[in-house]
Write a protein of this length. Structure first.
Length: 198
């Protein structure tokens, strides 16, 4: 009577010599990396689109308060009749970040531009959106101006994010800065309420 180990060895030798599954294994091994890459790219795009949608929503909610003039921020501790447009860059950035959930490190990676647009010439902006460099402190951009009454204002918000999979799929092809982060930009516009008595 054969020992159990001999029976096991004979069974393993037979299985190793069998060729029944070889035709299915080769295509599986060839196509598996492509399917994994497709899944990783889909996840990357999904996260990117969700972050961009949340940035757009947060900017719209913040601009609504600014547009309606309900956002009062007194200067030097004293309220004034034009306080609704005296909103600092830091306060605006905090308000945008307060309206969102899926923007990690929002206050350190978000930069907001607020500038008037001429309704006579409709001149294009000379530069692209200003984005913060995470390797240095955020500096208030020179184009942050609350504007005057009835003036059309353009707002651009730029936030930096790390790719979910930075070394593969879509993540490796995203345009990134020196820290490996890509930029998402949201743009909106509104018209300042007329000045009182104007």
């Amino acid at each position: 009577m054969a020992a159990p180990t001999d029976t096991l060895r004979a069974w393993l030798r037979r299985k190793i010599r069998e060729e029944d599954g070889s035709t299915a294994t080769i295509p599986f091994v060839i196509f598996l990396p492509f399917f994994i890459m497709l899944m990783m790219s889909s996840l990357e795009i999904g996260v990117m689109m969700t972050r961009h949608m949340m940035l757009e929503r947060a900017l719209d909610l913040t601009v609504r308060d600014l547009r309606l003039g309900t956002w009062a921020q007194p200067r030097d501790g004293f309220a004034n009749e034009d306080s609704s447009r005296q909103v600092s860059h830091a306060a605006f950035r905090r308000a945008v970040c307060r309206h969102t959930v899926l923007l990690p490190n929002c206050e350190t990676s978000l930069l907001v531009e607020l500038r008037p647009v001429s309704t006579e010439t409709w001149a294009q902006l000379e530069t692209g959106p200003t984005c913060a460099s995470r390797s240095s402190d955020i500096v208030i951009p020179p184009s942050y101006s609350p504007g005057a009454g009835t003036e059309m204002m353009l707002i651009r918000a730029c936030a930096k994010f790390d790719p979910v999979f930075p070394a593969s799929g879509i993540g490796i092809r995203l345009p990134t800065d020196e820290s490996g982060a890509y930029s998402l930009v949201s743009v909106t516009a509104f018209v300042n309420e007329p000045d009182k008595g104007g």
